[in-house]
Design a protein around this ligand. Sequence first.
Ligand code: PGA
Length: 248
Amino acid sequence: MRQRLIAGNWKMNGTGIDLGEVAKFKGLSIPANLTAVVCPPSTLIHRMSELLSEFAIETGGQDCHQLEAGAYTGNVSARMLADAGATHCIVGHSERRVGHGESNELVRSKAKACISAGLKTILCVGETEHERLAGRTHQVVGDQLSESIPETANDRNLVVAYEPVWAIGTGRTAERTQIEDAHGFIRSHCSKLLGSRAAENIAIVYGGSVNPKNSAEIFGTRDVDGGLVGGASLNGDDFAAVLNACQD
Ligand code: PGA
């Protein structure tokens, strides 16, 4: 049975006072086949990881620099995230790809840096609405996978997050058939890149307007092994409800 993953992405939200949301996880039981992670801004990683350890929930970064250290003002390396208590790191989020012009090649070097720092990499891929309407979803996602997955990746250090760009933060969730098609495609493409055994075991999670109402249906879709949750992760009760929806 594949390990499932639910990761909350707080994006650029949250200061110390918001750590109170974590208290809402009290009483939540996380089964062994589910990994739960919250990715707050890097300023909160250390404090959050100490608070979350009580609830068997892990902490992650939202991005990292591709190098270990150096004269890169304002950046944080994967090793620094791990040192602060992170176990996971998101790379290639569309807000980085689009908003910061990150190429597949750069995303690949960031994923490589995460893996060598001992972080599990949550690699985001997904098409824009324009690309979907042009019938290019498989091509775009296939290229992102081929060009962003480093040779050191395997099913234990990599999770793929399928996030159609048009579904992020819009309240427009992809239809079940669209999710099933994309996840099936990703698994078969991973088979070519990582081998059939790794492809069978790798977690492929869905992201894009996941919330307590739609999560059970999404997580019940074939080839969906969890979710990457933005807006709904900011509220502890909502995130707990999404975590509960991912338990068989
Ligand atoms: P959303 O964000 O759940 O707010 O759509 C998802 C993401 O950006 O990872």
